[in-house]
Design a protein around this ligand. Structure first.
Ligand code: 173
Length: 316
C-alpha cells in the first residue's frame, strides 16, 4: 500500500516536471517584419512571450527573407519550423482547397461557433500535418491596384501580378497573370513588367508600393486570411498547459480582428494622401466585379474538391 502511494506520487511529480519544462517554438512569418500582415502575428508572439514564461516561448527566426513565402507551408509541415504565420494562398501546393478561406463572409468567431473551424482544422491536420491555431485578417478586403486606368470590369490587355487569391477572378476578367511573392512586386512595377497587382486594403504604404501605384479599384472583395499554424507533431507533443496558452493567445489575437475596420479607413485615407485615385465601380459594373469574385472563386474551389467546397460554403 505504502509503495503504491509512493509510486503514484513519483509519477505525479514526473508529469508535473515534464509539463513545467519551458518549450521554445521556432517560428517564421510569410510577411516582412513590421508590415501590415506581420503586425498581428508580432503581437501574438509578444503576448505568448509575456504570458508564457516558464511554459512556452516563441522565437521568430525571420520573415520572407528567411523562408520564401511559397515554401513556408512545407517548412511548417515538415517541422523545419514549428509554427508559421501564413496565408492559405501561399500553401496551396499542400492544401489546394485552403484557398477557400478567403471566401468566408463571416468571422473566425462565427466559424468556431458553427463548426466550420473544426472542418478547417481537420483539413489542415490531415492534408498538411499542421494544427490550425488562429486566423487574423477578418474584415479586410482585397483590391486591384493599377498603374493605368480602366473604366469597366474588363482586364483584357493588362498584365497583373497575382497569387491564388485573385487567380480565378482576374483570369475570368481577361487579365494576363504573373504569380509572384510580395517581395517581387515593387521591382515589377518599377520595370513596367506588370500593370497592376492584387493586394488587400492594408499594407500598400508599408511596402512603398504607393510610389508606383496610380489607382485602386473599388469595391474590395473576399476576406484576408493570415493564419497561425503549428507543426502537428510538435503540437501533439505539447502539454495541456502549453496548448491552453497557445489557444488563449489565439482567442486574444482573433478578438483584435475587430480593429481592422478602423485600420482599413486609415489606410484608405493614407492611400488617398499618397495620390492613389479610386476607380469605383457602381451599379451593374459593381455587380459584375463582385459576381466575378464570388462565382469564379467558388468554382475554382469546387473544381479542386467539390465536397470541401460544399461543406465550407455552408458555414462561410
Ligand atoms: O497578394 C498576396 O500576396 C496575397 O495573396 C495576400 C494574402 C493575404 C494577405 C496579404 C496578401
Amino acid at each position: 500500500m505504502k509503495k503504491t502511494i509512493a509510486l503514484g506520487a513519483l509519477f505525479a511529480f514526473a508529469a508535473t516536471a515534464a509539463s513545467a519544462e519551458e518549450v521554445t517554438l521556432k517560428a517564421a512569418s510569410a510577411f516582412a517584419a513590421g508590415t501590415a500582415f506581420a503586425r498581428p502575428f508580432e503581437a501574438f508572439v509578444d503576448w505568448i512571450n509575456e504570458n508564457g514564461k516558464g511554459v512556452l516561448q516563441i522565437n521568430v527566426v525571420g520573415g520572407p527573407e528567411a523562408v520564401p513565402p511559397f515554401e513556408l507551408g512545407n517548412a511548417v509541415s515538415t517541422g523545419v519550423v514549428d509554427l508559421a504565420s501564413n496565408t492559405a494562398a501561399f500553401y496551396t501546393n499542400l492544401l489546394p482547397e485552403g484557398d477557400a478561406l478567403k471566401l468566408a463572409t463571416n468571422t473566425i468567431q462565427d466559424q468556431r461557433a458553427n463548426g466550420c473551424y473544426d472542418i478547417i482544422d481537420e483539413m489542415h491536420q490531415s492534408k498538411m500535418n499542421v494544427k490550425y491555431l488562429a486566423r487574423t485578417g477578418d474584415n479586410i478586403n482585397f483590391h486591384l491596384y493599377l498603374t493605368k486606368p480602366i473604366d469597366k470590369p474588363d482586364l483584357n490587355g493588362l498584365t497583373i501580378r497575382t497569387t491564388p487569391v485573385y487567380q480565378a477572378m482576374f483570369n475570368a476578367l481577361g487579365a494576363n497573370l504573373v504569380r509572384t511573392a510580395p517581395g517581387e512586386v515593387y521591382t515589377a512595377l518599377e520595370r513596367g513588367t506588370i500593370d497592376g497587382y492584387g493586394w488587400p486594403i492594408q499594407g500598400v504604404l508599408d511596402l512603398g508600393w504607393d510610389e508606383q501605384t496610380k489607382y485602386r479599384v473599388d469595391p474590395g472583395f473576399y476576406q484576408v486570411d493570415v493564419n497561425v499554424i503549428v507543426n502537428l507533431d510538435k503540437w501533439n507533443g505539447l502539454g495541456d498547459e502549453q496548448k491552453a496558452l497557445l489557444e488563449q493567445a489565439a482567442e486574444w489575437i482573433e478578438a483584435k480582428n475587430a480593429e481592422n475596420l478602423e485600420i482599413n479607413a486609415k489606410e484608405a485615407a493614407a492611400q488617398s494622401d499618397a495620390g492613389i485615385e479610386v476607380i469605383a465601380f457602381e451599379g451593374e459594373a459593381r455587380d459584375a466585379w463582385l459576381n466575378a469574385a464570388q462565382n469564379e472563386g467558388w468554382a475554382a474551389i469546387a473544381a479542386i474538391n467539390a465536397e470541401a467546397a460544399e461543406k465550407l460554403r455552408a458555414c462561410f
